[in-house]
Design a protein around this ligand. Structure first.
Ligand SMILES: Cc1cc2nc3c(=O)[nH]c(=O)nc-3n(C[C@H](O)[C@H](O)[C@H](O)COP(=O)(O)OP(=O)(O)OC[C@H]3O[C@@H](n4cnc5c(N)ncnc54)[C@H](O)[C@@H]3O)c2cc1C
Length: 395
């Protein structure tokens, strides 16, 4: 071998591989929209009709940074806050509300951890939820409804050495699986009605998941019944102990409700597109329908602006005092979802009735925005209680 060929062989030797830190994706919305088009859109009918849980998409969305708005950079968040959470949920819900709801479950659980006083969970599991490595749910419907005196608590806790023993059943919690986690809260015996909030491991002893409900929409959301029988939750999984729980609820509740608007905004937008599509050929008759696309788009644009503005305030640690506005906006979100889906259905006509047509799916999905906790009737009751002075803290 000549000296020159030796030299080129040496030059061409690759440098020894330096182990690379995986690049953290911070949630660029253009990249997320492209991921939605390539990985979610082809699956939407399977999620809706075959109840297929979009696990691969959820993990890919996490890897793309889609959940990182839910926490501060110190815990693996992207610093873009709740507006980013809402924007991602909105983009996903524009195609599939079931998956949009899963985004809410995942990011709500991340937020509950971030707003807790449990530094160990913030350092250990929170970054894994934000990256989509761990999938997470929130079993707080019953907690919230019971706190608002609408129904009885379905779970109860007992203080024992090093933790709490929990008993009872939550009938419907979504985004669950054997290796998932979820947050819930329930009253503790002998603690004067005060609650404990915990992060449950779905494989913890004394806990089991049962798949016993079929739904006419949102059936791909892995919504399972959670059975607790003397199930031990150690102190290191506690989000708020009884003496901390009143303040904790005040921290989590406004954002928990507000972020759900991402589902409504995305769904309403999709309904407007269905109306526009129909108007290309049928505007001569569609013009006689009560709700025209322009009317709904105008309300949607105003709602979107308010949602983003309040989301920014909540991220900055303010905005909770706007609870009445948040409740009214959320109520309008459910109502406008149903109205827009109804209008889309009437615009599409008979073809909207076909199994594979999105109009009838949107109608089934829209009712979910209006019935998931806090449901329309729940919101109206809380708004009436605040406005009559019966409730002054708004929580
Ligand atoms: C697809 C889907 C996904 C959901 N995901 C979640 C979630 O992730 N986390 C969560 O906390 N909640 C979840 N829920 C529950 C939801 O948010 C509401 O709390 C629930 O739908 C009841 O609200 P409601 O307004 O109908 O209650 P109300 O009309 O006030 O009362 C419903 C009553 O029905 C009773 N009830 C509830 N479940 C059952 C049941 N399975 N069988 C018989 N009776 C029952 C309750 O005791 C309650 O008194 C989900 C519901 C659905 C349909």
């Amino acid at each position: 071998m000549s000296s020159s060929s030796l030299a080129s062989a040496v030059v061409e030797q690759p440098f020894p591989a330096v182990p690379e830190e995986p690049e953290v994706q911070l949630g660029d919305l253009t990249a997320i929209r492209s991921l939605i088009r390539s990985q979610l859109v082809p699956k939407v009918l399977d999620v809706d009709i075959k109840a297929e849980y979009p696990q691969d998409f959820m993990r890919a969305l996490g890897a793309a940074g889609g959940f990182r708005g839910a926490a501060a950079p110190a815990f693996g968040g992207n610093g873009l806050g709740m507006r980013h959470v809402v924007e991602v949920m909105e983009a996903v819900s524009e195609e599939c509300l079931s998956t949009g709801f899963l985004v809410w479950c995942q990011t709500a659980c991340a937020r509950y951890i971030q707003l807790s006083g449990n530094d160990e969970l913030k350092a250990s599991i929170l970054p894994r939820i934000l990256s989509g490595e761990v999938l997470a749910g929130t079993g707080l419907s019953n907690t919230v409804k019971s706190c608002d005196t609408i129904e009885d608590f379905r779970l109860s806790a007992r203080r024992v050495e090093g933790g709490y023993l929990i008993n009872g059943v939550l009938p419907w919690v979504s985004n669950l699986g054997a290796d998932h986690v979820f947050a819930t809260g329930c009253p503790v015996q002998d603690e004067d009605g005060k609650l404990v909030f915990v992060l449950v491991d779905c494989d913890q002893p004394g806990f089991k998941l049962l798949d016993c409900a079929r739904f006419i929409g949102l059936d791909g959301t892995r919504t399972l019944a959670c059975h607790f029988k003397e199930s031990f939750v150690p102190d290191d999984r506690v989000l708020a102990h009884p003496e901390e729980s009143d303040e904790y609820v005040k921290r989590i509740k406004p954002g928990m409700i507000h972020a759900q608007m991402g589902m409504g905004l995305g769904l309403i937008d999709a309904c407007c597109k269905l109306m526009q599509q129909s108007n290309k050929s049928h505007s001569h008759v569609n013009q006689y329908l009560d709700d025209q696309v322009g009317d709904i788009e105008t309300v949607l644009a105003g709602a979107r602006e308010s949602v983003y503005e309040i989301a920014d305030e909540l991220s900055a640690g303010t905005g909770a005092e706007r609870i009445l506005e948040i409740l009214k906006l959320r109520l309008a979100g459910g109502e406008l979802s149903v109205r827009a889906a109804h209008a889309a259905m009437l615009h599409q006509g008979a073809k909207g009735y076909l199994v594979r047509n999105p109009a009838q799916r949107r109608l089934r999905e829209a009712y979910f925005v209006a019935i998931v906790t806090p449901a329309t009737k729940h919101l109206r009751r809380e708004i009436a209680r605040i406005e009559s002075g019966e409730r002054c803290d708004g929580m």
